[in-house]
Design a protein around this ligand. Structure first.
Ligand code: SF4
Length: 203
């Protein structure tokens, strides 16, 4: 674990958000699966990291009830999954960026993910790779902007960033960047844990 990770974990802990580190995805997933009770319902916020770790499918296969809109095939079912996820016992998602000061920065188009991270589920796990750590809020915003085009392309959106790989603060009807949140300290009604993995994960 390098000094930046140590500093980031200490900062999250000081912000009342317990944080821990795993060298590998396998170690992190194994630990998480052990501590999530079978009887708990699980909500998932859209996240390439969670998808890469297969947390949704592993929990579902072993019997947890999982609400994840990416698993649904119609807009109506996706909306129902988003709403159910927001009131699940446990919510998993990642972060667009974290800072060495122990803050989480996230940008959403719909807003379901950022709102559920703050209020709704009993407990929220925010899982991210070391590539998501920025020095400060300016660095975190820049990280979000610099990487947004990857999500725009993944979602096949007709936005300027999907074409130019650059954000021009567009007014596209398909704009993804409608809501940005900063979690400075643990929201008072939500248990929250940060899981940092020593790999590059997600965008
Ligand atoms: S504001 Fe528009 S151009 Fe900028 S990253 Fe978001 S969707 Fe892309």
């Amino acid at each position: 674990m390098n000094d930046i990770i140590i500093k980031t974990i200490e900062a999250f802990n000081a912000n009342n958000i317990p944080a821990r580190y795993y060298e590998s995805s396998e170690e992190a997933v194994s630990a998480l699966l052990k501590e999530i009770p079978l009887g708990k319902s699980i909500g998932i916020g859209g996240s390439m990291t969670i998808k890469a770790l297969k947390i949704d499918s592993l929990l579902k296969e072993r019997g947890n009830k999982v609400f994840f809109h990416w698993l649904e095939d119609t807009p109506e079912k996706m909306d129902t999954a988003r709403k159910n996820a927001a009131s699940a016992d446990i919510y998993f998602t990642s972060a667009n960026a974290a800072t060495e000061k122990g803050q989480l920065v996230n940008t959403d188009g719909v807003g379901n993910r950022v709102s559920a991270m703050i209020y709704g589920p009993q407990k929220v796990y925010i899982v991210f790779g070391v590539n998501k750590i920025a020095k400060d809020l300016d660095g975190a915003y820049q990280r979000v902007k610099d990487n947004a085009y990857k999500n725009a392309r993944r979602l096949k959106l007709n936005t300027p960033c999907a074409i130019n790989e650059k954000c021009n603060d567009c007014s596209s009807p398909q704009r993804m960047c409608n809501v940005t949140t900063i979690i400075n300290k643990r929201p008072s009604k939500t248990e929250m844990e940060v899981i940092i993995i020593g790999e590059d994960l997600g965008f």
